[in-house]
Design a binder for this molecule. Structure first.
Ligand code: NAD
Ligand code: UD1
Length: 355
């Protein structure tokens, strides 16, 4: 261990949306951070270092070590592990576009499943067995009743290779823990993070056409697309549009930091734990549009379209377990989420690219 209170934390995918916010929280908690990322979904800045990482350093006033590494390359991972005495791995690196995963299933299984096998393998070689894994609400599939609680069955009716890759990876990690009780693994099931860092320096600017609701809603508010398409208003929900659980990304990052504290507090003996990271309530598409309009003082033009294939009407988390065992809950208001999202986009009209 680096010192009594400070840990050396490897953050995979730390240049990404959640990973960069997570790195801020971990640095602010006093730990050392090493980031690995292959930059397939990150913009490179000065010195070949992802721009998001420069901004993490700017926000925190601290330095991080960065290595451009593909998690599919096990030798490159071994090289990183041989350079540092890592105490905990927070694993976020993954491919995450649901639609793309249908077109490129092999890539998704390679990165998300085999990449995680590689990380666990190298951790085992170094007898370092503390892992926080980024899973998704998608593992609950389409058949469970809401709210989604951790004890529900998973893996049923998952339609996309992305969703299956998360489910298969969870299954693999559970098997590793059953075979060797000295592992400490926390599997975090993220719901739909939105918003951005309140500084306006970190956020998400998707490469290519955005797929998620708020990314599209912002583009419509900015006038970059003629309108937002609302996928269906005939669901069994109060206004007919889809309902989801949208925690602020900083709340989510603080949930990851709380999981890290759990591994430390238990003196490295928490075993396998699974937690939902969500707010525990849902908002409809129309409620999200109204909140963004208020925060931005802009209209979000929209048209109602047919349901998006594969969508379900409502899902949101039961986050009680994370509150009980991690002392974590999502606290930032919907207004704050939209205000921070808008702030990031007005400060960075071209994302992390230079204006
Ligand atoms: P992101 O794409 O912004 O970040 C992922 C990072 O991983 C990127 O910087 C990318 O360059 C990197 N990466 C991808 N493949 C890699 C590889 N082979 N080797 C090394 N680095 C690689 O995505 P995010 O939204 O920050 O998601 C982070 C994690 O959270 C992912 O595991 C994702 O599946 C999970 N998750 C995200 C959401 C969401 O809505 N954003 C919801 C549930 C779960
Ligand atoms: C996303 C992920 C899913 C993950 C989940 C929680 C996708 C496609 N799916 O699903 O794998 O488990 O978050 O992390 O990324 N909507 C519109 N118009 C749009 C976009 C979306 O009306 O342009 C609606 C959808 O129909 C849905 C809601 O907005 O009702 C949210 O959609 P989205 O942001 O894509 O996320 P999820 O489908 O919940």
């Amino acid at each position: 261990m680096a010192s009594k209170d400070s840990r050396c934390v490897l953050v995979t995918g730390g240049a990404g949306y959640i990973g960069s916010h997570c790195a801020v929280e971990i640095l602010q908690a006093g730990h050392d951070v090493i980031i690995i990322d292959n930059c397939c979904n990150a913009v490179t800045g000065t010195g070949g270092i992802p721009e998001s990482i420069h901004r993490v350093c700017q926000i925190t006033g601290k330095q991080v070590k960065y290595h451009q590494v593909d998690i599919v390359d096990i030798e490159a991972l071994r090289d990183v592990f041989s350079k540092y005495s890592i105490d905990v791995v927070i694993h976020l690196a993954a491919l995450k576009a649901v639609g793309e995963s249908v077109k490129r299933p092999l890539d998704y299984y390679k990165v998300n499943f085999i990449g995680t096998c590689n990380i666990v393998q190298v951790m085992k070689e170094h007898n370092m067995k503390n892992l926080i894994f980024s899973s998704s609400a998608t593992v609950y599939g389409h058949s469970n009743a809401v709210p989604f609680v951790e004890t529900l069955p998973t893996g049923i009716d998952i339609t996309s290779p992305y969703g299956k890759s998360k489910y298969f990876t969870e299954t693999m990690l559970k098997d590793v823990c059953s075979q060797d009780k000295s592992w400490n693994m926390i599997l975090l099931r993220y719901f739909n993070p939105v918003g951005a860092h309140p500084s306006g320096l970190l956020g998400e600017y998707p490469s290519g056409t955005p797929k998620n609701l708020m990314a599209n809603a912002v583009q419509a508010a900015l006038g970059n697309i003629p309108h937002l398409k609302v996928f269906g208003n005939d669901y069994d929900t109060p206004d007919g549009t889809g309902v989801r659980d949208y925690p602020h990304v900083v709340d989510l990052a603080q949930g990851i930091a709380a999981a890290l504290a759990k591994i430390e507090d238990n003196n490295n003996s928490c075993g396998l734990r699974i937690y939902n990271l969500g707010e525990g309530r849902g908002y409809s598409v129309l409620e999200m549009i109204a909140a963004l309009e208020k925060a931005s003082a802009k209209k979000v033009p929209y048209v109602i379209e047919k349901r998006r294939p594969g969508d379900i009407g409502t899902f949101y988390s039961d986050p009680t377990l994370a509150w009980k065992e991690l002392g974590w809950k999502a606290t930032r208001s919907l207004e704050e989420r939209c205000k921070d999202l808008w702030h990031f986009h007005t400060m960075n009209p071209h994302g992390y690219l230079k204006n």
